[in-house]
Design a protein around this ligand. Sequence first.
Ligand code: SF4
Length: 678
Amino acid sequence: MTKVLVPTVCPYCGAGCGFYVAAEREKAIGIEYMLDHPVSQGALCAKGNAALEILYHPDRLTSPLKRRGEGWARISWQEALDLVAKGLGQARKKHGPRSLAFLSSSKCSNEDNYLMQKLARLLGSPHIDNCARLCHAPSVVGLNKTLGAAGMTNPIPDIASSRCIFIIGSNLAENHPVISRWVHRAKDRGAMVIVADPRATPTSWMADVFLQLEPGTDVALLNGMAHVIINEGLINREYIAQKTKGFEALSRAVKDFTPQRTAEITGIAPEDIVRAARAYATSPASAILYSMGITQHSTGTDNVQSISNLALICGQMGRPGTGVMPLRGQNNVQGACDMGALAEFYPGYKKADDPNTIRYFREAWNAPDLPPGPGLTATEMIEAAGAGEIKAMYIMGEDPANSDPCSEHARRSLESLDFLVVQDIFMTATAQLADVVLPGAVWAEKEGSFTNTERRVQWSHKAIEPPGEARSDRGIICDVARSLGLQFDYPDAASVLAEINRTVPQYAGILRERLEGSSLVWPCPTVDHPGTPILHRSGFNLAEGRASLIPVPFSPAAEAASRNHPFILTTGRVAVHHNAGSMTRRSPSLISREPDLFVEMNREDAAALDVEDGDEVRVATARGETAAYARLTDRLKKGVVFMPFHFPGTNILTTDAIDPEARIPEFKVCACNVFRRD
Ligand code: SF4
């Protein structure tokens, strides 16, 4: 039997690295590197290299299940579909379509997400969202408002041609390791690297200037840099005049952010703020890279808008090596948003509250009626479930019982639903609460397109069959839709992409056959269009073709340290785990490297509490408490502690304070206390 090499896309982060799954006798036997991949060029990080470890894990769900008492009973697909149709159908009939909510998955393909949002809306519910709400919703809102497009402006390999790279709120050396290779390449060519983060990380180790700011003070830092740039005449006057509007108001808004005042708010030395501002403004090509350290705040949208402001006043946009680059967490979070699995947008970022959008999709889908939005966001659905307004939920590939803030509250809300169906590959904490569990397929067991953080659309091929009776997510959604009386005839992922080509203008030219052995970067409006790696070369998709400079006042985080909670807890990732950890904590080579929940704290803080490295401690907030091992470090300033969010305990602690526009929770700042466990 010969070995076959099947091209696939890494199931973890938004870098979208490609690799071949080597399969023999219908079994995955190894990984082979894809040397000509435009982003990874043969490289993979620890997670990518370990991707196959979950395929044959004994915890995989292999048949539909229904709750029976405290346990589970294996059931046939027919019985499962009947139960789902009954559960969703009864809630809809009794309480109306708005009593249903749907959570789609940025781990799933574009086709899966397109079908999930279509199912929700054809059933009459506007309540559809995905986990972008927990990671990059402020990028969607903030970049749309300032630049007119919610995507990374420049391709990843373009980073190598930057002369100054400003990384803020991103530990990309651990979280997007293959992207950090491109930063290293630029540095090898002489680029200056500036890193702003409350925590020293492997990313800050490559910085020429490290700005260790207090958590939640990003707007002050960005306004302070804009102040220096305007004050010293380092702005790009011609670019501002021709391509933007709102400069005068912005200029007034940053007037008081002198280096001294900015230093007082952020804790960064004034001379470092000035040095960073001058370097960013004067380099011939500067890029800003950011991630969830910017977005997961109650001021997440403000943070993103401030980043756009900085790039625009310096004219660092629309050229190689420049731009604004949100680094997406999950491998298809960009695509899930593009496909309209969002409360406020139908596919292609068509506003859900625009009657033209509703008219367009009524015709495109031959649907007599569709719900206008915005619907409830991911976290609002959970709140509404707790309040008895949402009666039934369909959750695909998400684990809000672990990944939502204030997770014990989320768990109780999910328990109060009349009906919950969860479609996943493992029995997650959320699946444990379900009435019916449907076994899905992982990336290597199905085909479909995935859109990485640079808007690159790639086709991932099917290498092996799903285990037992597990099925592709597309197949399951179609079966559920048909069991509810809808006509969902999509025999394969290509047939869904063909509909996406017709309804999502950015994907109009991204035909299935053009993705064979290649990839395309949206917008790609026609079948002979080469794609658009660099956005905003000639203008912006906003009124008068101009970008918007939006003044952003500084607002502190929702919670501050207090007598009872004297530390600020900030959360993030480590190199060997991903998101809620449902896959990486089951991957032997990864969990062996980082097996337990830890809390990083400054050595002096620990000494004051008589805590030693490796001691078990309790971390407590107003929401609850959890146990963790103390890891003593000089990486954090006094008064700040850090915990990774891949383990169930962390989000027991986090606050549900949200950004008023993007509705993202503030995972990055909350007040806590740490106690020795005696
Ligand atoms: Fe996968 Fe991201 Fe690692 Fe690439 S960098 S191998 S996409 S986890």
